[in-house]
Design a protein around this ligand. Structure first.
Ligand SMILES: [Zn+2]
Length: 234
């Protein structure tokens, strides 16, 4: 036969390239998914931040309304004081006013705390917004990069596949059949393995002298007993 294994070696070199391009084509969408995910997460953080500010502001508003309500109540009680007839009644209302004033002074402290919380959240807005902007800029950059890469890879892959078809057409059909079946099961796209020092370099299994003789005869394909790659000599 003679030419069989040489043709397969040629095909093997092309298939390694095909596999490399196919991996690159798979990697592109993966990178896009990564940046899209990061961007969505940043948007979610930003939305949560805005919500937190709104909630904190509501808390301030609630407490301020509460304060004003009590102040109005105090005012009303002060007016009432002028119309009071008995000392007992007077003392009761005075007591009530003191209680409300004490409540309000606590409330004023709480309002200051709540305003402080709003301010702290707002101070963080710049950081969160610039983080989001940076992530989106990165996403735009990578998307353009990936799209450019993908179209380049698709072009190269088409050329390599064309070359492959030409080479495959010159391979003995039964050899090609066997080769392609083995190729399908190999993640590294290597269906051939060189024999050096009487060892298969696909898996390091030793090759018997009988097998070596068969390989040298070059009339049929000899497969490695361990990794089932097609063996050849340099
Ligand atoms: Zn092997």
């Amino acid at each position: 036969m003679g030419s069989g294994i040489d043709k397969l070696k040629e095909l093997q070199a092309i298939d390694v390239e095909v596999r490399r391009y196919e991996l690159l084509l798979k990697r592109g969408p993966e990178r896009l998914a990564e940046v899209n995910h990061a961007s969505a997460a940043a948007k979610q953080r930003e939305a949560a931040h805005r919500l937190a500010i709104r909630e904190a502001q509501k808390e301030v508003d609630r407490k301020e309304l509460d304060l004003r309500t009590r102040e109005a109540e105090i005012e009303k009680l002060n007016v009432q004081l002028n119309t009071i007839k008995t000392n007992k009644e007077y003392s009761l209302i005075k007591l009530k006013i003191e209680g409300l004033k004490a409540d309000n002074s606590l409330l004023e402290e709480e309002i200051l705390d709540a305003i402080g919380k709003v301010d702290a959240l707002k101070a963080d807005t710049v950081r969160i917004d610039s983080e989001l902007a940076a992530i989106d800029a990165e996403r735009t950059r990578i998307t353009a990069e990936v799209e450019k890469e993908m179209s380049g890879v698709r072009g190269k892959l088409a050329l390599v596949k064309e070359a492959r078809a030409k080479v495959a057409a010159g391979v003995r059909p039964d050899f090609l059949d066997k080769y392609e079946r083995i190729l399908k099961g190999k993640d590294d796209a290597r269906a051939l393995a060189v024999v050096r020092d009487q060892t298969c370099h696909g898996c390091d299994m030793s090759v018997t002298t009988h097998e070596l003789t068969l390989i040298m005869k070059d009339t049929d394909l000899v497969l490695c007993r361990s990794c089932s790659r097609i063996l050849y000599l340099e």
